[in-house]
Write a protein that binds this ligand. Structure first.
Ligand SMILES: [Zn+2]
Length: 151
């Protein structure tokens, strides 16, 4: 028997299903599309993201969770080549403007250098970094709108 066959196979790593931003991202159990959670003030109706403790407009403390648009426009984008610990470079950060007049700071999923300002992007769920065991932590990201899919 060759030496390499004596080694026990390493157990396959299970994906980390702990989401980094549970207050911000909803992935419905029924398989429908994930969405970002907006927080709508019950007193004045102001919509905010991410979650705030008090309304920025009226200081109200009660919020209704609403689903935000899955599509937006890329306001700004930066390719990152020297990253933080646990983050495999290169990666892409950007700001996405949603129709609700909310600007989302997020990672973008796609090729380095492939994004341009004002392009249409849509919500997706992907790996944003690795945890200490080297397993992926998933959260919201945005990607280029898949034109060919005709969505
Ligand atoms: Zn308010």
């Amino acid at each position: 028997m060759p030496a390499k066959d004596k080694k026990k196979p390493k157990p396959a790593k299970e994906p980390d299903i702990t989401f980094f931003h549970p207050d911000l991202l909803e992935i419905p159990a029924d398989g429908t599309a994930p969405y970002l959670k907006g927080y709508k003030c019950k007193s004045c109706g102001m919509l905010d993201f991410p979650k705030q403790n008090i309304c920025q407009k009226c200081w109200g403390e009660d919020f209704e969770v609403v689903s935000l648009s899955r599509r937006g426009t890329l306001y700004s984008v930066t390719d990152i080549f020297i990253g933080q610990a646990g983050m495999e470079t290169p990666y892409i950060f950007g700001y996405v403007d949603l129709p609700e007049d909310i600007r989302i700071f997020c990672q973008l999923e796609g090729e380095i250098g492939s994004f341009t300002c004002d392009q249409d992007v849509e919500l997706t769920v992907g790996t944003i970094r690795m945890n200490r065991e080297g397993l992926p932590i998933k959260s919201y990201k945005f990607k280029a709108v898949d034109v060919e899919a005709g969505i």
